[in-house]
Design a protein around this ligand. Structure first.
Ligand SMILES: *[C@@H]1O[C@H](CO)[C@@H](O)[C@H](O)[C@H]1NC(C)=O
Ligand SMILES: *[C@@H]1O[C@H](CO)[C@@H](O)[C@H](O)[C@H]1NC(C)=O
Ligand SMILES: *[C@@H]1O[C@H](CO)[C@@H](O)[C@H](O)[C@H]1NC(C)=O
Length: 717
């Protein structure tokens, strides 16, 4: 222990000197270079409190806790001994949980205005000895009790203040200073007063309701609304550390209303040619839609693949084929790949612990990037952007479409669970933009490997009897004073809903139009569909026949494969019932959407993507796409090559080509007899839309080789 204390004396007594007024010395004791300490230094720098001596003799030290109260007094006393200049003004403050909110000039002015030689911060609550309450002098307005977390005074008076210190390092500094203050003789001779109205110091403990953020032009100040003051130093003492993290998002950062918060992250690390090695941990914990798309995006991530190692933890047998086909096709591009399959029966916490540890023990690993399979990472530069932030733990903000759900919490409840912060909605909806210090991140985040080898070196970070694995991990990080950030400076993506995901079909993603409509659209709706009006993409190959792109290639393939997988193609047997039903006049070889339980989804598709076009092309006609007949038709030379001329028993008909002429088949097409006009080269993924009864008597032209598929809907109002 002696070594430790000596180290603390030599290395961690920080003395800072103001450029504005060379008489001010800021003294703080720090035994470890924590995130909180770095924040303190950043705020000091921003307001031009010059920092001297930092880093020169820093030896780190392994101890986690803040220095004991008594230790601080002892170190201060020792440091002051050699100082001579009696005009010097000493500011003694904590640092891990302190930020400056204004300049030394303002601090000194307010100190002069207090008209005393030593000014202590004040508290609403008394501790550690409640019995001393009555002994405190009454104050006309403001807090009555002394807080030892911050005081300012002339050198000689401060020397006098600490001269009698003989206590142990673990003794309470708060009690020591309180006893001096409540003694009238000492109070008078040292000339001590309290900053009762928080003009200089704001201790947050017991005062959270008094402090609000005041947004003004390009700055934010914390304001005490009870006393109408703007404190210079904000102290998140006791249990209010997390609130300081929240306030620290705004102070001392510069704020502009138009563009959001411009966070002063001076530690940005631009990526040039040297790409640090990143281990990516991918976690599959439940059946999830669009897993193939996840891997397509992973492949598109802008980062040299030889600087990436993948560890895939798959708990889901349903996804084994997706994982193995991705690895078969692309696994060799990566520097290394490890897979843990469902047979290993690894629980979530165990897999996350192991993933961290694999990075920890891999000397090449510089970052660990954790991503859950349900994350839709749209921004291909995410990894680069996060690395450049150069923060201990940083998450890209992702949200659930149309909801306030996101992958971070703005605040924490007293019980350690979710609480909504004042700015949560603004951040999620992008009205406030920045890099935010938050108490909880999940689903996707980047961690510095150096952190895993130092402060987070315990193996079982994700284990807890009561908390979920991610909550346990964040709890551990918070307890160690490690800051977690979420950035919404760019848009990064979203998160899928994994509810109502069926796994009984061949292409289960086709059924996701309700649960994940945006992802369904990106996967299955033709990229030019949304531009068809603007770019006049709707063609009119024959009178009142409209032709437009609607499906992606993938959609066409999935539809065909799904139908062939089902396989129960029906022919003439159904003809009679259909005629009785008044719908289909001519039999086809087909499978109906309801046979594969796709009726609801198809109806939704018609409403969302077809009805708007119908209403555009046939003005005054509105459709609910009700009672339609929906099916996929197969044309084959030796089965059913063509369809005789007929009317469709519909108000209008949609006919979508599901494969490609000349590639998949020869012949085919559709001829409208009344106009003697044919569409002979159907395009894969394009829809033909034409009126049904009366005018558009038509025939299906013969398919001469191969197999042709079309999806057909007979739509009535
Ligand atoms: C700090 O100093 C810089 C350069 O001397 C000056 O531009 C800036 O306004 C100062 N900041 C404050 C808060 O006084
Ligand atoms: C404290 O010092 C100020 C001058 O800075 C003086 O006016 C005041 O009377 C002193 N108070 C006490 C109680 O000595
Ligand atoms: C979409 O339209 C553009 C411009 O007309 C074209 O170059 C592109 O190939 C189209 N996309 C597809 C998938 O057909």
């Amino acid at each position: 222990t002696l070594d430790l204390l000596l180290c603390a004396i030599n290395s961690s007594l920080m003395v800072t000197q103001s450029r504005v007024d060379y008489k001010l010395l800021v003294v703080t004791v720090a035994t470890k270079d924590t995130d909180g300490f770095r924040r303190f230094l950043r705020s000091a720098k921003l307001f031009n409190y010059t920092v001297l001596g930092r880093g020169e003799k820093w030896r780190g030290g392994d101890y986690m806790s803040a220095p004991g109260g008594g230790q601080k007094v002892r170190l201060l006393k020792a440091a002051l001994e050699d100082m001579k200049d009696e005009d010097k003004i000493i500011l003694f403050i904590d640092s891990y949980d302190v930020v400056f909110a204004s300049s030394p000039k303002e601090l000194l002015k307010k100190f002069q205005q207090a008209k005393h030689k030593v000014v202590f911060s004040s508290e609403t609550l008394i501790w550690p000895d409640r019995h001393l309450g009555d002994k405190h002098p009454h104050v006309r307005e403001g807090n009555r009790f002394l807080g030892s977390g911050g005081f300012i005074g002339y050198l000689s008076n401060v020397k006098e203040l600490v001269s009698d210190w003989t206590g142990e390092d673990s003794d309470s500094d708060q009690l020591f200073f309180t006893k001096i203050y409540i003694d009238p003789a000492n109070r008078k001779s040292i000339n001590i007063t309290l900053d009762s109205k928080c003009r200089l110091f704001q201790n947050l403990h017991g005062a959270l309701d008094e402090v609000v953020l005041k947004f003004e032009d390009s700055h934010v100040r914390a304001r005490n609304v009870l006393y109408d003051t703007l404190p210079v130093i904000i102290h998140g003492n006791g249990p209010t550390k997390l609130q300081l993290n929240y306030l620290g998002n705004y102070i001392p950062n510069t704020w502009t209303f138009e563009t959001g918060c411009t966070v002063c992250n001076e530690d940005l690390r631009p990526l040039t040619s040297e790409y640090p090695l990143v281990v990516i941990g991918i976690f599959i914990r439940q059946p999830t839609p669009f897993v193939t798309v996840f891997f397509e995006r992973l492949l598109k991530l802008q980062y040299p693949k030889n600087r990436l190692k993948l560890i895939i933890f798959n708990q889901e047998p349903h996804h084994e084929s997706h994982v193995s086909s991705f690895l078969r096709d692309h696994g060799s591009l990566y520097q290394d790949v490890r897979v843990f399959s469902p047979e290993e029966e690894m629980k979530e916490a165990a897999s996350r612990n192991l993933a961290f540890d694999m990075c920890r023990k891999d000397h090449d690993c510089e970052y660990f990037f954790s991503i859950d399979i349900e994350v839709v990472l749209k921004n291909e530069n995410t990894l680069k952007i996060l690395i450049e932030q150069n923060l201990p733990i940083v998450a890209p903000m992702i949200t659930r479409v149309g909801r306030l759900w996101s992958n971070f919490w703005g605040a924490l409840s007293a019980e350690g669970y979710y609480a909504r912060s004042e700015d949560y909605v603004d951040i999620v909806q992008g009205r406030r933009v920045g890099v935010w210090n938050v108490p909880y991140v999940t689903n996707v985040y980047l961690v510095k490997a150096s952190l895993l080898r130092s402060d987070l070196k315990e193996y079982e970070l994700f284990d807890s009897h009561i908390l979920d694995p991610d909550m346990a991990y964040c709890h551990n990080a918070r307890n160690k004073g490690i800051f977690m950030f979420v950035t919404n400076m760019q848009t990064f993506g979203r998160i899928l809903s994994t509810e109502n995901y069926q796994t009984k079909h061949l292409h289960n993603d086709l059924w996701q139009i309700f649960e994940n409509p945006l992802d369904w659209e990106e996967r299955y709706i033709h990229e030019n569909y949304t531009h068809i009006e603007k770019n006049k993409l709707i063609e009119t190959p024959c009178p009142d026949v409209y032709w437009f792109p609607i499906f992606t290639d993938v959609a066409c393939n999935h539809m065909v494969e799904e139908m062939e997988n089902f396989g129960q193609w029906s022919g003439g047997a159904n003809v009679d019932t259909r005629i009785q039903g008044g719908y289909e006049n001519v039999p086809t070889i087909d499978i109906h959407m309801n046979q594969i339980n796709f009726e609801r989804e198809w109806h939704k598709f018609l409403l969302e993507y077809i009805a708007p076009i119908t209403e555009k092309m046939f003005p005054g006609y509105y459709t609910k796409c009700s009672t339609p007949l929906n099916f996929v038709v197969r044309y084959k030379p030796d089965e059913q090559p063509l369809l005789e001329p007929h009317h469709d028993a519909s108000t209008f008909t949609i006919n979508i080509a599901l494969n490609s002429k000349d590639i998949d088949y020869q012949g085919g097409g559709c001829r409208f007899l009344r106009y003697d006009c044919a569409v002979e080269a159907p395009r894969k993924g394009w829809a033909l839309m034409h009126p049904g009864r009366l005018t558009h008597y038509h025939e299906g032209l013969p398919t001469t080789s191969g197999v042709r598929y079309i999806a057909v809907s007979f739509v009535d109002p």
